[in-house]
Every structure is written in structure tokens, then in C-alpha cells.
Design a protein around this ligand. Structure first.
Ligand code: ATP
Ligand code: MG
Length: 412
């Protein structure tokens, strides 16, 4: 679980700001859920026989003896909240959330125990158009972040529950005939959750899987049409994708569309954004049948990508006030500038020190201008403006002309 330090937060904020702007421009609204839910919720939604529920959850009993879990993802919580507050039945919702998720995994670059996701969930829309919309939205986001040439889209359809039932039988029959070559986890899943085996990273099992029947051959008419229409919409919108029949996702609730945005610039942790359709989940959690599509992106992995060619980020201040003998007057000046120049960041030197040491701090602050307030300036009600980044001349300016002068210097 990482601290995110002040040298790192500007990039996080830059990223989060862009995501917000894009989500906003599609009419998505924010929802905020608790970090903790009843353990049952995740077992029932993500699935008992998944890596997350079997191995990765932070689960504890609270003082009442209720089993609680730090949320490992946001979809289950979002459905729980939507259902609890009557947001889902017979309605259309486009929602997003952001925040920490918790999974007890082996930490490595791009994989942490507390990590952050921005997630999107939509409810009440059954057609492929909303699948396409959320994918187009992510594509626009990569553009905005300057990551478009680093990520690519992989797409698959898992069919509906009937399709998967028929496929499961065929898959189990095939895997049974190769039982000896499967790893232990996969043998156990053969009975409980055979589709999970498709996600196995075990080399022996992967070899067996290479000859397994493919889910795409088992899609019924409805799933096939849905998927074809989605592909056509993406073609029309000019979004490139690769069909990946092996893409199954690590959570049980997905059906029909699944997608991932992947990169080869992050080593093993290649998936930066993943999602799909989960029409069965609301009903499974006790609501009425409600179609739904969503995705979540991992902020840390996006930050790692951005760090490879960082965008230009603002420093903490525009103006730094240096006033060795005039600390009180400097604070008053700073307040008056914050009044007259909203949005301009003013940092006032505090803690004393010589003119020289204060000027050093001014330089380090990244501010573009230093304002010098000495006894002479105070006596004639003026301030000396000193450019710190090379542009313009040092100049003494009367106090009542100061806001306008600063504004034009900061714009220049
Ligand atoms: P992976 O296959 O990498 O374990 P996942 O299928 O478990 O991912 P999801 O549950 O779909 O991931 O989460 C969506 C996104 O959240 C991932 O694509 C990834 O970017 C990010 N993510 C998931 N787990 C972690 C983690 N432990 N640390 C950092 N980011 C993560
Ligand atoms: Mg995982």
C-alpha cells in the first residue's frame, strides 16, 4: 500500500482532471460508495471460485461479529448502492466512481495491495450502442492523456448464460480428457467454475487450452448479433480493436461483451482498463433484471505509462513573496493578491531567514515571479517584481497598479 507523495500528486491530479472532463462530456455522474461492504456482497457477485474471493480479499469481523471486506473492486458496491436507493429499476443510469481498492496480491510494479480505480457503470441499456459508447469514451480518454499510441483494444463476447452453459459442457468434456496435464487449481475449478480455467497462467494448462473448443463457436443468435453490431459501431467510429477469443476476465458476472485496453509498455501488468457487460448481476444481487455495462481503469498503471513521457505539470505557485523584515506586511500583501487575482497561486515566505535564503526558496518553488517587499518598498507603498524564469525585467511597481501588472506578466 503506497503513499502518494507531493511530487507525484500533480501527475495524479492531471490524470484525474482529464478523466473527469471526458466523463463529464458524456453526461456521466459521480457516485461515491463506502470502502467497506458486507463480505457476502463480493462472494455473491465476483464469484466464490475466483482469484479475488479465494485469495485476495481483506476480510475481517467487526465488533458485532459481522464479516466485512475492504472493497476489491467497485461494481458490486455500485450495484448494491443503486439497488438500495432505487436508482436501477426502469431507469437509465450513467455513473462513475473513483477511489482505492484492496487486494492481497504479491506486490510488484503495477500491482499493489491498495490501488486506485476510476470505474464506470451504466444501467438500463441492453443494446450494443452503450457498449460502444463506453469504449469510445475510453478511446477519447487515451487521446486526451496522450496515450493513444501506447494502448490497444481487445474484444470478445462471452455469450449469454445459455451459450456459456453449452460451452461449459464442451469445455469440461475436453478438459476431463486432459486432466493429467492440468494444474491443481484448474482441476479443482473443473467442477466449480470451469470457465475460470481459461484464465489460468499455468504453462501446462495453457498448453492444454490451446486445443480447447472456443467460446465463439457457441454463441447463440442474440449474442452473435449483439457482438457484430458492436463491432460495426466501432468500425464506423474508427476505433481499432483485436478480437481475442481467450479474453474471459477474472470476475464471474460478465456476459456478452468483454474488453480490455492493454499495453506492452508495462511488462507483465499490461491491462490498464477492463470491463464488459453484466446483465445478470443486478438480479443475482436481489434486484430486478437490469442490463448493465461498465469498466474500470487502474490509475497506477496509467500513471506509470504517463511517467514514461510526462506531460508539463504546473508548479505549486505562480508568485512567491520574499520579505525578510516584513513578515506581517507580506501576509497582508498575499491576502490582497488572492482577493484581486483569483486563480493565481500565491506563496508567502514564512519562517524568517535572510533575503538570500528566501530568494533560494522562491527559486525552488517553481514560481514565475518573486515579489520583494523590503523597508524601502513598504515606505513608498510599492513592491519589486522579479522574474524568476528568465522573462522580463525586474521592476518596482506601485501597490495599486500591482494586480494589473502581475496579471499581464503571468499571461505573457
Ligand atoms: P489483472 O489481470 O492485471 O490482475 P484484473 O483482471 O484483476 O487485472 P480488474 O479487476 O478487471 O483487474 O481491474 C481493472 C483494472 O484495475 C486492471 O486492468 C488494472 O489496471 C487495475 N488493477 C487490478 N488489480 C490491480 C492491482 N493489484 N494493482 C494495481 N492495479 C490493479
Ligand atoms: Mg487480478
Amino acid at each position: 500500500m503506497n503513499d502518494i507523495l507531493p511530487d507525484q500528486t500533480p501527475l495524479w491530479q492531471w490524470l484525474e482532471g482529464h478523466v473527469r472532463t471526458v466523463l463529464d462530456s458524456y453526461g456521466y455522474r459521480e457516485i461515491r460508495m463506502p470502502l467497506v461492504e458486507a463480505t457476502e456482497l463480493f462472494k455473491r457477485s465476483i464469484g466464490e471460485v475466483t482469484d479475488i474471493v479465494e485469495k485476495e480479499m481483506y476480510t475481517f469481523d467487526d465488533r458485532n461479529g459481522d464479516s466485512l471486506t475492504l472493497r476489491p473492486e467497485g461494481t458490486a458496491s455500485c450495484v448494491r448502492a443503486g439497488e438500495q436507493h432505487g436508482l436501477l429499476y426502469n431507469q437509465v443510469q450513467r455513473l462513475w466512481y473513483a477511489g482505492p481498492m484492496f487486494r492481497h496480491e504479491r506486490p510488484q510494479a503495477g500491482r499493489y495491495r491498495q490501488f486506485h480505480q476510476i470505474g464506470v457503470e451504466t444501467f438500463g441499456m441492453a443494446g450494443p450502442d452503450i457498449d460502444a459508447e463506453v469504449i469510445l469514451m475510453t478511446a477519447r480518454l487515451w487521446q486526451a492523456l496522450g496515450l493513444a499510441d501506447k494502448v490497444s483494444l481487445e474484444l470478445n463476447s462471452l455469450g449469454d448464460s445459455d451459450d456459456r452453459r453449452r460451452y461449459r459442457e464442451a469445455l469440461v468434456a475436453y478438459l476431463e480428457s486432459h486432466r493429467d496435464a492440468l494444474d491443481e487449481d484448474s482441476i479443482r475449478r473443473l467442477e466449480k467454475n470451469p470457465l475460470r480455467i481459461l484464465d489460468s497462467k499455468d504453462p501446462g494448462t495453457r498448453e492444454v487450452l490451446a486445443g480447447a473448443p472456443s467460446l465463439s463457436e457457441y454463441l447463440g443468435d442474440e449474442s452473435r448479433t449483439h457482438f457484430q453490431q458492436l463491432c460495426t459501431m466501432l468500425d464506423d467510429a474508427g476505433v481499432a480493436y483485436t478480437l481475442n477469443p481467450a479474453l474471459v476476465r477474472g470476475l464471474d458476472y460478465y456476459g456478452k461483451t468483454v474488453f480490455e485496453w492493454v499495453t506492452d509498455a508495462l511488462g507483465a501488468q499490461g491491462t490498464v482498463c477492463a470491463g464488459g457487460r453484466y446483465d445478470g448481476l443486478v438480479e443475482q444481487l436481489g434486484g430486478r433484471a437490469t442490463p448493465a455495462v461498465g469498466f474500470a481503469m487502474g490509475i497506477e498503471r496509467l500513471v506509470l505509462l504517463l511517467e514514461q513521457a510526462p506531460p508539463e505539470l504546473p508548479s505549486a505557485a505562480d508568485i512567491y513573496i520574499v520579505a525578510p523584515e516584513q513578515a506581517g506586511a507580506a501576509l497582508v500583501l498575499a491576502e490582497s493578491l488572492r482577493d484581486s487575482l483569483p486563480g493565481v497561486r500565491v506563496q508567502c515566505h514564512c519562517g524568517g531567514g535572510s533575503f538570500k535564503s528566501q530568494m533560494k526558496k522562491a527559486d525552488k518553488s517553481g514560481a514565475r515571479l518573486a515579489l520583494l517587499l523590503g523597508s524601502e518598498e513598504l515606505a513608498e507603498n510599492s513592491v519589486t517584481v522579479k522574474p524568476l524564469r528568465g522573462e522580463g525585467e525586474q521592476q518596482r511597481i506601485a501597490r495599486d497598479e500591482l494586480p494589473a501588472a502581475l496579471q499581464s506578466r503571468l499571461q505573457g
